[in-house]
Design a protein around this ligand. Structure first.
Ligand SMILES: Nc1ncnc2c1ncn2[C@@H]1O[C@H](COP(=O)(O)OP(=O)(O)OP(=O)(O)O)[C@@H](O)[C@H]1O
Ligand SMILES: [Mg+2]
Length: 300
């Protein structure tokens, strides 16, 4: 599998809160533990690798400590990282400060990669796409997918399925993809609001034909997910037994879909699997992964 997109480092600082700062009315957290996880497109790669896929991740990071940390984490997860270093940017970091079991603050660092770096990345892509079974483009809106229209066309020319997790209000750039997976908010931003299920389905059908994508899968948080294809509509209801942390569920969805499709599962079967995987991952802390043992465990 080839995963391309915006990578980030999800960093968690845990600590004790025992007093209020004398400088401002805010708690002071004495940090005693740090946890780093690959985020964004790197979390998609990690989810696919956890399911047993051989994954190459193509992306851009800064020449800094978080960029090196990401490379190290990806190596531990046996993901082949093709990271381009851009001296002009900071690696995207989402730093959460957690005290007394709750998130007190999130601090984001991010910058858009430079044009030259993105061009070299595109020529790298052209080589890598020929060697994979499936392509996932994970757009987190940080500018790493400036050439996405070209990337989709190249994948299609090589007859590879190309799955896109979209962002923003311009979906025309995803035209021609095999499958796109907007969440509710992303779908609403391009298709407008709906009053009932019928209006929702009508606008989904319209959007699918307008973009000329084979399939549109709207992930709908606690409502599950709905697939639209030329053949019709399939709804999978949410399966979570307990919900602990929904962040990263979308990454698990697209990774599971891609692994299943590359393995020869039908689109409908892949959606059922992805929905099941999402139901498991929302029961875990932070951005997490699902393993095949969990996905295929007998349910009581
Ligand atoms: N609160 C929830 N209860 C049950 N299942 C959930 C819940 N939130 C998410 N899921 C499952 O995860 C899937 C993807 O979630 P969602 O639609 O929120 O994606 P997302 O917004 O892209 O997630 P993220 O951006 O945090 O990765 C849903 O289709 C559903 O199967
Ligand atoms: Mg998402």
């Amino acid at each position: 599998m080839l995963v391309v997109g915006d990578v980030m480092l999800d960093r968690y600082w845990f600590g004790e809160v025992s007093r209020i700062s004398p400088e401002a009315p805010v708690p002071v957290v004495k940090v005693d533990r740090n946890e780093d996880r690959p985020g964004g497109a790197a979390n998609v790669a990690r989810n696919a690798a956890a399911l047993g896929a051989r994954v190459t991740l193509l992306s851009v990071v800064g020449q800094d400590e978080p960029g090196r940390r990401l490379r190290e984490l990806l190596r531990e997860e046996k993901i082949a990282a093709r990271l381009h270093y851009d001296r002009t940017i900071d690696t995207t970091v989402k730093l959460r400060v957690i005290g007394r079991q709750q998130q007190l603050l999130r601090i984001d660092f991010e910058t858009t990669p430079s044009h030259e770096i993105l061009r070299t990345k595109l020529s790298d892509y052209a080589r890598l796409v020929a060697a994979c079974d499936v392509v996932v483009l994970s757009d987190y809106g940080k500018g790493g997918l400036a050439h996405i229209t070209r990337m989709i066309a190249l994948a299609r020319r090589h007859k590879k399925p190309v799955l896109v997790d979209p962002k923003g209000d311009d979906f025309v750039r995803y035209a021609g993809a095999t499958l796109i997976t907007p969440n509710r908010a992303e779908f609403r931003a391009v298709a407008g609001k709906w009053k009932n299920e019928r209006e929702f389905s009508d606008s989904a059908r319209r959007l699918r034909s307008k973009l000329k994508v084979d399939a549109l899968l709207v992930t709908r948080s606690e409502e599950g997910m709905t697939l639209f294809t030329r053949g019709g509509r399939l709804h999978a209801s949410a399966q979570a037994r307990e919900v602990f942390d929904v962040s990263g569920a979308g990454d698990t969805v697209i990774a599971t879909l891609a692994v299943a499709l590359a393995g020869g599962t039908t689109l409908e079967g892949a959606v059922e699997l992805a929905n099941h995987a999402a139901g498991i991952v929302v029961g875990k802390f932070g951005t997490a992964v699902v393993r095949p043992e969990e996905l295929f465990a007998k349910q009581d």
